[in-house]
Design a protein around this ligand. Structure first.
Ligand SMILES: [Fe+2]
Ligand SMILES: [Fe+2]
Length: 322
């Protein structure tokens, strides 16, 4: 049985069999108005699009990706315009309990114990006690900690894998600390910056359904992680004695402003240097991860350039990496 990444040109014109999660189905039409589907399947190694010809609107298959189904697929490996193209010969749903789900869900490549240790070390860098208590209550206490450490940070684009929020938060914390120490910010500013980095995407544990679902929760659709994050932060601050008003305002502005622009979903702009550093660190972490994972997905294609990465509006050069 193949994993998705191991299917290469060596299998051209052969049939391969693999188990995968069916995460998306897009129905399309040919020029002659025949319906077909682009299925997106994934296992722990990668996501792939595969073709399913001749499909009709009431095919029961179309219900399978709501709660991603585990499927066994037999596919023919072909080539179209220089790229590998897999065409479904047979697809069967299989019982979730009969497979090792960790083989189907991509996970951070960073060591999990190491990530947890770093997280604790960053919390302990906060010297303003009420601010440290805020981070401790929202991140390190049940029921939040386990979700914070396992949820993905996005549906797609960047850090969309198990432990995604954790890895992304650690990247943002590292970038923030580097700028803060280079520019010699005060300990008070550093404390606020660490807290806002910890909390900026915290609400993704509420915005998304747990893995392997690829869906937003009702709260996620209706409210979004920026509002939910600020709301929970305010509620938690209200339970902490002697929380400084400026600390509260600045941390809340950092969470609300972290997307950096009104058209990117932030209701207010970053109004402090800490909030602007957070926004830039957040963008850097997301952008770099999205380029690297896109290049990795396409490393087996012959061309020296990737396809166009939509959120960067350009293709990326794969030559000279190793
Ligand atoms: Fe965000
Ligand atoms: Fe983020």
């Amino acid at each position: 049985m193949a994993d998705l990444k191991s299917i290469t040109r060596n299998e051209l014109n052969q049939e391969v069999v693999f188990t995968a999660l069916l995460v998306d189905i897009k129905i399309k039409s040919t020029k002659n108005d025949k319906k077909y589907a682009d299925l997106t399947v994934q296992d722990a190694t990668m996501k792939r699009e595969i073709k399913l010809w001749d499909i009709n609107q009431d095919d029961p298959l179309l219900d399978l990706c709501e709660e991603p189904a585990v499927v066994e697929i037999c596919a023919l490996v072909g080539e179209y315009q220089g790229r590998l193209q897999l065409t479904v010969k047979k697809i069967t749903e299989i019982d979730r309990d009969s497979v090792d789900m960790s083989a189907l869900i991509p996970s951070s490549k960073w060591n999990y114990e190491q990530m947890q240790q770093w997280l604790t070390e960053f919390r302990d860098k906060i010297k303003t006690l009420p601010v440290q208590t805020l981070v401790d209550r929202m991140v390190f206490q049940a029921p939040y900690y386990e979700k914070y450490c396992t949820y993905p940070a996005a549906k797609s684009v960047h850090h969309n894998f198990r432990h995604g929020i954790l890895q992304h938060t650690l990247e943002v914390l590292k970038y923030c600390i580097m700028v803060a120490t280079t520019k010699k910010l005060s300990q008070r500013q550093i404390d606020r910056l660490i807290a806002m980095a910890f909390l900026h995407d915290w609400a993704k544990i509420i915005e998304y359904e747990p893995l392997p679902s690829n869906q937003f929760s009702d709260e996620g659709k209706m409210l979004g992680h920026i509002f939910i994050g600020a709301h929970y932060t305010q509620k938690t601050i209200d339970t902490i004695d002697e929380f400084d008003r400026d600390d509260a305002l600045i941390i809340l502005n950092g969470i609300l402003g972290h997307h950096g622009a009104l058209e990117w979903g932030s209701p207010v702009l970053p109004k402090t240097v800490e909030a602007q550093i957070l926004h830039q660190a957040d963008k850097l972490s997301g952008d770099v991860e999205s380029i690297l994972s896109f290049m990795q997905e396409q490393e087996n294609a012959k061309e020296p350039f990737t396809e166009r990465l939509w959120n960067m509006s350009t293709e990326f050069y794969k030559g000279g990496i190793s």
